[in-house]
Structures are given as C-alpha cells and as structure tokens.
Design a binder for this molecule. Structure first.
Ligand SMILES: Cc1cc2nc3c(=O)[nH]c(=O)nc-3n(C[C@H](O)[C@H](O)[C@H](O)COP(=O)(O)O)c2cc1C
Length: 337
C-alpha cells in the first residue's frame, strides 16, 4: 500500500485509531501511535463552545504533546457553530479537523448531530462547506454508509464532501439505524471508494490482520480505521501493519511486554487525569487488557474496588507475577505457585 497523504501530512502507515469518546484520550492515543498506528484522532468535542470550560472538556481538548498530525474531531449540527469550533481548535493546535457524521449519538445540544445528519444532505453540504471554508488545515469527514438500510446515501454524502473540499473520508460499514448491531458490510465502502478520488478509510469490525487484509481487498480502500479491537490491545496496529507489509504474523506480545505496556498506560492515565479520575478511568482499560487472560475476570472485580493509584499498579504487577508463575509450572520449568 502506498502512503496516504492528508493535505501536507504523509501518514506513517495507513492504519488510524478511530475516535472513541471516553476511550481515545491522550494517554491511549500516544500509546497506540507508539505501538504502530499511523495516525490517531481525538475524542469528539462538541461544537458548542459554551461547554468547553468543564474539566472533562478541557482534558479532551489538550493538544500539547499529542502525536502529530493532531486530528481533532468536532460534532454538532449547526454549520456556523461547527465553523467556529473548527477555527478555535486550529488556534489551539489542531492540524486536521475531522467532522463527526458517524456516531449514533442522537443529538448534540438539541440538534441532530453525528450520523443523524446523514438524513439531511442539504445540511451535510452546508456544514462541510462552512468548516472547510473556516480553516486552512485539511478537513476530513467520518460517516456511516447511510441513514438506514433503505436509504444508504453514503455515496451521495461522499460526493458532496469531496466537492466541498473534504480531504479524506472514513466510512463505518453500518447505517445509522444499525447502531452497533449485526456485522459491518463493505460493499458500500467499495462503491464510495470507486466514486471519489480523495483517500477513503474503511471502518467497522476489523479485529485481526487477516480481516484487515480482507477489508482492504474487498473495498480497495486506502487505509483502515480501527476502534474497539484496539481497546486493551494497542499493539494491534503493529500486528496489522506487519502482516500487510510482509504476509507474516508478528508473535503476540509476551506477558512481560503486556505488563510493561499496561503499567505505562496506567501511569499515563494517573498523570493525565489526576489520582481520583485517573483511578476510575483506568478500570475499564485494565478490564479490556485482562478480559481474555486466565483469571482476568476474577481479578477485574477485585481491581475495581481499589481506589489508590499505587494499589492499582501493585495489583497489576501481582497479577502478572502470578501469571508467570503458573506458566512456569505448566512448562515444568519452575516451582508451583
Ligand atoms: C465507546 C465508543 C465511542 C465512540 N465515539 C465516537 C466518536 O466520538 N466519534 C466517532 O466518530 N465515532 C465514535 N465511535 C465509533 C468508532 O469510531 C467506530 O466507527 C466504530 O466503533 C466501528 O469501528 P470498530 O468496529 O473498529 O470499533 C465510538 C465507538 C465506541 C465503541
């Protein structure tokens, strides 16, 4: 695959961490990029700037130290507010503005927003024109395949976007009405890729190197957006990148490396959010990392009762120490725990 360009930026590779509110905060974005993502996108920020003063909103908008190019996603249903939000984010350091027309959240500020906009192509056009006209950085757009299965108008929206000057498109292979049910389909993404000449990124249910290859093959897309499969598995990017480049699988990370990554992630969450919020946010991430490991589920309920940063770190170390011991026992190379 050749490298994708978005405006002046050439991506390190064609795998992007999909924006996920409540997940893709600065610590997670930084980790995913270090472990192989070619680009990462911020959690969405509302276009209503009167909401920007809350601590939560401030943390979402922090850009200093963010991996570059810094792509910030904005959500809203009013063209002028979206334009103003885009400008303010660029002033704050955003290097790419991404418009959210993909998320099933019904409303932002009592107005249709996210994928709910897809039903109103005139409004889509107004918003993309306003945002592209408001900033001199590249603007990208994230959509679903359409409003519902009877009205898969993703193709029209893609053409509107290209004509308005949108510089790359991400398409989640579900309609708005599908929410997250069923399986993503890739035919509509393939049709969109055929119909426009800007880079198209395919998204939805990409969970393994083989699936990544198959989706690229089926859609002809320029790259992929990966969301949920990266939760608790940020190294999925290097695994997919390696497979696409060489046709070979990278070995799965060993216990020592997973422990190192998880402890680094914990420390970053504690530092970024502070002790109280950091401890709370760490719980879901730790749950994801350990969900499929032996003893992970039982550990999770104990871990969720901890409310000190040092206790979280110590318990994670203990979990891995026990995991190593039981491996050694199984191998017959060590002493029973
Ligand atoms: C917890 C969560 C939060 C999400 N938040 C956003 C968001 O803020 N903006 C957006 O465009 N999409 C959002 N999405 C959708 C994802 O970006 C992605 O399109 C979707 O999860 C499908 O990709 P996947 O199968 O790789 O997860 C969110 C998804 C999840 C699971």
């Amino acid at each position: 695959m050749s490298a994708v360009r978005i405006g002046p930026y050439t991506l390190q590779n064609n795998l992007i961490l999909a924006p996920m509110a409540g997940v893709t905060d600065q610590p997670f974005r930084t980790l995913c990029q270090r472990l192989g993502a070619g680009m990462v996108v911020s959690e969405m920020v509302s276009s209503d700037m009167t909401l920007w003063d809350s601590r939560k909103s401030r943390l979402r908008r922090i850009h200093e130290g963010d991996p570059e190019p810094r792509s910030v996603q904005i959500a809203g249903g009013d063209a002028q507010m979206m334009a103003a939000a885009a400008r303010a984010n660029v002033e704050a350091g955003a290097q790419i503005i991404d418009i959210n027309m993909g998320c099933p959240a019904k409303k932002v500020c009592n107005k249709a927003a996210g994928s709910a906009l897809l039903r109103d192509e005139a409004l889509v056009s107004e918003i993309v024109h306003a945002v592209v006209g408001a900033v001199d950085v590249p603007v990208t757009l994230k959509i679903r395949t359409g409003w519902d299965r009877a009205s898969k108008n993703g193709l029209n929206v893609a053409k509107i976007a290209e004509q308005a000057g949108i510089q790359a498109l991400a398409v989640h292979g579900r309609t708005r009405a599908d929410l997250y049910t069923g399986e993503a389909e890739y035919d509509t993404i393939a049709a969109i890729k055929q119909a426009v000449s800007i880079p198209v990124f395919a998204n939805g249910d990409i969970t393994s190197p083989e699936k990544a290859w198959a989706v690229l093959d089926a859609t002809g897309a320029d790259g992929l957006l990966i969301g949920r499969a990266a939760q608790g598995r940020p190294w999925i990017f290097r695994e997919i990148e390696h497979y696409l480049r060489t046709g070979q699988h990278l070995p799965a990370p060993g216990l020592d490396e997973v422990e190192r990554i998880l402890l680094e992630h914990l420390a970053a969450l504690h530092a970024f959010y502070g002790d109280v919020m950091g401890v709370r946010i760490a719980r879901k991430h730790v749950g994801w990392y350990l969900a499929t490991r032996p003893g992970g589920k039982e550990f999770r309920s104990r871990f969720n009762a901890l409310d000190e940063t040092h206790a979280q770190c110590a318990n994670v170390r203990e979990f891995f120490r026990e995991g190593r011991q039981s491996l050694e026992t199984k191998d017959g190379t060590g002493v029973a725990a």
